[in-house]
Write a protein that binds this ligand. Sequence first.
Ligand SMILES: C[S@@+](CC[C@H](N)C(=O)[O-])C[C@H]1O[C@@H](n2cnc3c(N)ncnc32)[C@H](O)[C@@H]1O
Ligand code: SF4
Length: 560
Amino acid sequence: MQEQDRILIEKAKQLINENKLSEAETILVPINNEYSVFEIAKIKQMQGNDNESEKLYKQVLQINPDSVESQLELARIYARQRRIDLAKEFYNKYLEKIKDNADVYKEMAMLYESIGDNIQSVKSIEIASSISPDDIQMSFELGIAYREAGRDEDSAKVFKKLLEREDVKNDKFLNNKALNEYEISTRKEILESKPRAMIGMIMNKCNISCRICDIWSRPKWQEPDRILKEIVDLLPYMEDICWQGGEVFYMKEFNSMLAEGVKCKNLNQVIFTNGLLLDEKNLEIIAKGNVELVLSIDGATKETYEYIRRGANFETLCEKLELIKEVRKSTGAKINTYLNPVICRRNYKEIEQMVEFAHKYEFTSITLNPIRGIPEENIFEPIDEQAFEFMRKVVPIAEQKSKEYGIRFNNWMPIDCSCGNIEFRQSEIQEKDVEKELKNNQSLEEKKKFPTENIDAELNKADSEKNEEKKEQQIKNNRMICYAPWQRILLDNDGQVRPYAICTKWLGSTSKYSLKELWNSPQMQLYRRKLANNDFMDLCQPECISGQIRNKLCRPVEDK
Ligand SMILES: C[S@@+](CC[C@H](N)C(=O)[O-])C[C@H]1O[C@@H](n2cnc3c(N)ncnc32)[C@H](O)[C@@H]1O
Ligand code: SF4
């Protein structure tokens, strides 16, 4: 390759790292060699355009059939697209040449696991951990793979061995993780290990009064200090916490809690916020650690935004978003920001503008959420045909624009816009989990008002055949459908506690009990016992029983 081309490609790679994808592509297109085409393929992939990316990687392989990197990327695309045979073929092509890449064996294991081939999954992970026998994370994977294959004893042995390692013993996070996995594999009902993930709706006070939300109108409530202290004490053991209010930045203790979290290197913190109370002080803390911001902004214009987010000021919001950009620049911190508009009657015509807004303020992703409740703003229940017709046209255009800007685009509205496959990053999964959780909250609120056993029974009946089948499979594998009650805890914004968003049985209230008590409360033990005995039909939700959300629950956060 000519020196000049090499320099240009290096420059383009740097731009790709800075997420300046269009600029990078402009440099790469005229070069047209194996390396430039490879980089353009990467750009397309980052923009979520797997089809274009696939074509380009194939083009690289035509120029150089030995491009193992292209084989690997193709395998990954096919795995994402669930074109399993092709994925296997390309992983195998790669592994024929590169035999010592443990991570790729791990990817293959995940592929096999996703199609329920636990035997092959275990084989791949066994190879991976034989390549990296001292790799702690790989040992975790091996233990989990054994358990997924119904080999609880082998799994427990792996975790026991991990617990004997000095470096694990001396690390409270790893020690808790290994102990927790051991306790799952041995199906313990009372745990010594501590929760590994939390959704913490720690207060309901708010600085504004959005038209789409009723939290601000409820009697003011905040978790008692003793619970806040318990949460802080748990942070070093956790991998994942999602903070929510009300508006958490409106709470005087929040900055110091956040700062404690930032000290924990294994912890990912996600904050749902309206963004209006961001300032130099809290952004300085955020910039120091692994913190992501989900910003709830329901309009791209002053009029719409201020109408929905009643009490908010558009100029103030824009200043805060500028401040995030500045802090990113001055500190070099990544600070992922996720634009999270709730789509409703007042704002659906601004979807395209929202993408421009996301671009202007350098958002990492945009997620279109359907509004729940609020009849005067609700275009989903009942369906407003006019709005749907408009959105069917506009959403694909917005998605395309978003991809061009390198902003991931998620459409969670119940509307078919022929948008491509959506692949969620973990943080976005968390958003979606919380989204689900909010849905549940709503139904739970209703459940508090009305006895729902009959409705639940009807729903369960509708799913019962499918679920019976799943149940049989689970029992045959001797595998539990979910580990959430061993790993997670959710604090609702009225003090009630559940294992996870999708769980409907309360464990008790923080007004009466400590988190420690709730973690091993009789209700939590019941959850664990029933799951351990595959006796979950009257306890768990159809989505859990059918396995739709299994992976998310098992692995709240990908190992970093
Ligand atoms: C209740 S707020 C609390 C966190 C923070 N104050 C905020 O606005 O992000 C959590 C999320 O719920 C969303 N939300 C509020 N009311 C909603 C509704 N009626 N339908 C759908 N989402 C709603 C908000 O936009 C926000 O993303
Ligand atoms: S800012 Fe968040 S909590 Fe406050 S009223 Fe709006 S949606 Fe509700």
